[in-house]
Design a protein around this ligand. Structure first.
Ligand code: NAD
Ligand code: WQD
Length: 360
């Protein structure tokens, strides 16, 4: 550690999107310090990021709600900005244990913001979600598809509401001190894929909730078949449409947002969609992944999943223009990278009889 050097603090940096973003941050020349409670990740991800980047990355196993411990990190490292991923993220679980979601996500962010304020760090990139828009078909026509950032928010579950609350808190603190707080709200659509090295990827605990992690476990023999939740939607093949974005493209969006904040002399609050602008159905993704694996994977069509909507496709024009960022990678590439990660790590980060050591 050097007291002269400036660092980007990454909360949740051991997680799926966080770990990929740390790689891009280090590759773009930033010093990074990670804080993660490991509630939904393992230290192995950090060790692998260190190996990939050949860089030692300070890591603190801290819950961001622990303001005292978090404050010590700010005292030890000169933090110039924060990329804030730390959050619980399972929509279904959030309806079962909403208080835990509000406590972890909203109180966690308030704790982080207090510590940032005390330490005069007022630059933050926040992981929001397309889920804040809710069901955009409520407008009765297709006027909000693809979804622009000015589409009114109406999240339909506690997880989404926790994201909307945090966006509101960030907007309020910016309003209270407009010349100083720089806030970038990044609304991610559906992140998929893995690092092309096959060293880091998504490693869900328990049964995967999301389409591609589930399909990958079918392909590697950990699950019998994919359940496709309904084929009676108004799409070309009856399955819902999403904007699937390669996690490496998404990670690069954070570098672009930090660059935008850095070159802006005053304070700012701004939302950007991070998506491709291209919608794909469940069957489109199923076929792309089957092609990557080299065989048709078993599936059955079952009833619709509660809460699913027909179409969540981004209009990414604002990010394309203002952040000078554009998603470049196809779903085919994401599927190939996911399959590489899955084959190399059939049981995820934990490898029997091998422990990743901290890079020195
Ligand atoms: P993830 O669960 O893999 O990563 C989140 C990380 O935060 C984990 O490593 C977890 O251990 C850590 N964490 C959670 N609560 C914490 C706390 N109180 N203190 C410290 N660390 C804590 O999830 P991800 O997919 O990488 O998502 C990252 C962010 O992006 C989250 O904020 C999520 O809500 C948001 N997001 C994700 C998706 C998606 O589909 N993956 C889509 C939109 C938005
Ligand atoms: C995609 C499509 C399912 C699983 C979620 C969150 C959202 C955001 C991204 C965090 C849907 C279908 C899925 C399966 C299926 N996360 N599907 N069988 O629901 O679009 O978005 O992740 O912010 O908030 O809600 O993603 O991957 O769960 O589903 O048929 O086993 O795949 O019906 O059409 P979703 P998903």
């Amino acid at each position: 550690m050097s007291s002269q050097q400036e660092y980007i603090l990454v909360t949740g940096g051991a997680g799926y999107i966080g770990s990929h973003t740390v790689v891009e941050l280090v590759n773009s020349g930033q010093n990074v310090v990670i804080v993660d409670s490991l509630v939904n990740s393992s230290y192995d991800a950090v060790a692998r990021v260190e190996f990939l980047t050949q860089t030692a990355i300070p890591f603190f196993d801290i819950d961001i709600r622990d303001s005292e411990k978090l404050s010590e990190v700010f005292k030890q490292y000169k933090i110039k900005g924060v990329v804030h991923f730390a959050s619980l993220k399972a929509v279904g679980e959030s309806t079962q244990i909403p208080l835990s979601y509000y406590d972890n996500n909203v109180n966690g962010t308030i704790s982080l913001l207090n510590v940032m304020k005390e330490n005069k760090v007022k630059s933050i990139v926040f992981s929001s979600s397309a889920t804040v828009y809710g069901d955009v078909t409520r407008f009765g026509d297709n006027s909000m598809i693809p979804i622009p950032e000015n589409c009114p928010s109406d999240p339909t579950n506690p997880y989404g509401r926790s994201k909307f609350m945090i966006e509101s808190i960030l907007k309020d603190i910016h309003s209270s001190d407009e010349s100083n707080w720089k806030v970038a709200i990044l609304r991610y659509f559906n992140p998929i894929g893995a690092h092309p090295s096959g060293l880091i990827g998504e490693d869900p605990l328990g049964t995967p909730n999301n389409l591609l992690p589930y399909l990958a476990q079918v392909a590697i023999g950990r699950r019998e078949k994919l359940s496709i939740f309904g084929n009676d939607y108004a799409s070309h093949d009856g399955t819902p449409i999403r904007d699937y974005i390669h996690v490496v493209d998404l990670a690069k969006g954070h570098i672009a947002a930090l660059g935008y904040l850095a070159k802006n002399t005053g304070g700012l609050y701004r939302e950007w969609n991070l998506g491709t602008g291209k919608g794909s159905t469940v069957f489109d993704v199923y076929h792309a992944f089957s092609k990557a694996v080299g065989k048709e994977l078993p599936y059955e069509v079952v009833a619709r999943r509660a809460g699913d909507v027909l179409d969540l496709t981004a209009n990414p024009a604002r990010a394309n223009k203002e952040l000078e960022w554009k998603a470049e990678l196809s779903i085919e590439q994401a599927c190939a990278d996911l399959w590489k990660w899955t084959v190399q790590n059939p049981t995820g980060f934990k490898v029997e009889g091998y422990e990743w050591k901290k890079f020195e």
